[in-house]
Design a protein around this ligand. Structure first.
Ligand code: ATP
Ligand code: MG
Length: 250
């Protein structure tokens, strides 16, 4: 079986009139396997969203390569897109559609047949507690409800590769737990799950391996246990800060 995702030497710069050239992603490489949750952990502006957008074929890198289950995502973006699902944080939902309509439309685009789509939608909405809001326009939902609807979309599609940008942004604790358990279950069903977070506790709860990203570079890539060992710290926030310091000293 090919690895879920292989990322090699990604670079992406932006030009900003005030700030000049911003090297948002500066040589990022990693791999994630089927049955693994890989978390990109880093402070604001580290390059997490930019990296995930490149993986999801929304953005083209200046340099580097991305393979999604053996498919070259830069050469064959459409083929790659069929293998992945992207949850772009709080954006990416259509305010006039209801959660149910959104999931139906995406499911059909993905080629799910009508009975399967109906059955899966019902199952997933039940599991996520979305029945009450299934027929309300997304524009009238709370942030958390919209986030859940976006996760439902991914779950119903159930692609081999799940890419999620801060999936728990703005969610309360019970909702966060539902979303996290969804991701753990996807991992257990052999999906490759890549997510971003700046919450150390979430990375610890979810991730099999963590890539700590800072200034567009991966400064550490390991299991939480090994990151603790490497920094000699126990408390998660101390581990995180120590890793950023190591990078500054390098
Ligand atoms: N379209 C853009 N134009 C100009 N600069 C951009 C653009 N997108 C991102 N950047 C810059 O690239 C850098 C990385 O941004 P990115 O959104 O990838 O960070 P992030 O790790 O997702 O941060 P956060 O935790 O705040 O979401 C930042 O300095 C950001 O301002
Ligand atoms: Mg971001």
């Amino acid at each position: 079986m090919p690895p879920g995702v292989v990322v090699r030497n990604l670079h992406k710069s932006f030009y900003d009139r005030k700030r000049g050239r911003i090297h948002a992603v500066n040589g990022i490489s990693f791999e994630a396997q089927p049955g693994e949750i890989f978390a990109l952990l880093g402070p604001n502006g580290a390059g997490k969203t930019t990296t995930l957008r490149i993986l999801a074929t929304v953005l083209r890198p200046d340099e580097g390569s991305v393979e999604i289950q053996g498919v070259d995502a830069l050469r064959s973006p459409e083929q790659a897109r069929r293998l992945l699902g992207y949850h772009p944080g709080d954006a990416g939902v259509y305010h006039r559609l209801t959660p149910r309509e959104m999931v139906q439309i995406f499911g059909r685009l993905r080629g799910l047949d009508a009975p399967t789509l109906r059955r899966r939608t019902q199952e997933v909405f039940e599991r996520l507690g979305l029945e009450d809001i299934a027929h309300r326009p997304m524009g009238k939902l709370s942030t958390g409800q919209r986030q859940k609807a976006a996760v439902a979309r991914l779950w119903v599609m159930d692609p081999p590769v799940w890419i999620l940008d801060e999936p728990a942004l703005g969610l309360d604790l019970p909702t966060t737990r539902v979303v996290e358990d969804t991701l753990l279950e996807a991992r257990n069903r052999g999906r490759t799950v890549i997510l971003s977070t700046h919450i150390m506790e979430q990375a610890e709860y979810l991730a099999d391996r963590i890539g700590v990203i800072h200034h567009g570079k991966i400064v550490a890539l390991d299991t939480m246990e090994n990151l603790r060992r490497r920094t000699g710290k126990q408390r998660l926030r101390e581990v995180f800060l120590a890793l950023l310091d190591l990078e500054a000293a390098a």
